[in-house]
Ligand binder design. Structure first.
Ligand SMILES: [Ca+2]
Length: 137
C-alpha cells in the first residue's frame, strides 16, 4: 500500500504538467526573478508562481521546441532584451544537458524582457504583477 501511495505522489508532477519541464533547462529551479527576491517558479509563464496564465516568449519557444534545451534555443533571445536564453539561465556556452550542473547561476529571466519598462524593453507591455492580457501587447 505504501508503495502505491509513493508511486501516485511521484506521478503528481507529470499529472500537473509543467513543473517537470524545469528539469530540462539550466537552473530551472533557480531562475532569476526581476520582480522579487525569490526565484521565478513558472519559468515559461508571465506569472512567477502560476502556470495557468499565458506563456511568456520563452515558454512559447520552449514549447515550440518540444521542451528540448538545445543550442538553437540556448542561443535565441526569446524575450528580445539582447541577452541569449543561455546567458540568462547560466549556460552561456550552451553545453547544459539534462541532469548536468550549469556553469553559472541564472542572471536574468529568458522570458521577461529586462530591464522591465526601459531600454530595449520600453515598448514591452509586461510589468511586475500584471495578469492575463495585460502582460502582453
Ligand atoms: Ca533574453
Amino acid at each position: 500500500m505504501r508503495g502505491i501511495v509513493f508511486t501516485v505522489l511521484g506521478l503528481l508532477p507529470l499529472v500537473c504538467g509543467h513543473p517537470y519541464y524545469r528539469d530540462y533547462i539550466p537552473n530551472g529551479y533557480a531562475v532569476f526573478n526581476p520582480c522579487g527576491a525569490s526565484y521565478w517558479q513558472a519559468v515559461g509563464h508571465y506569472d512567477p508562481n502560476h502556470h495557468t496564465v499565458m506563456k511568456n516568449p520563452f515558454g512559447v519557444a520552449l514549447s515550440n521546441n518540444n521542451h528540448i534545451w538545445n543550442e538553437a534555443l540556448c542561443r535565441a533571445d526569446s524575450d528580445g532584451d539582447g541577452k541569449t536564453n543561455g546567458e540568462e539561465l547560466g549556460d552561456p556556452n550552451c553545453v547544459f544537458t539534462l541532469g548536468s550542473t550549469p556553469s553559472q547561476a541564472s542572471s536574468g529571466h529568458p522570458g521577461i524582457c529586462e530591464p522591465i519598462g526601459s531600454g530595449p524593453c520600453a515598448n514591452v507591455a509586461f510589468r511586475c504583477g500584471c495578469h492575463g492580457n495585460a502582460c502582453t501587447g
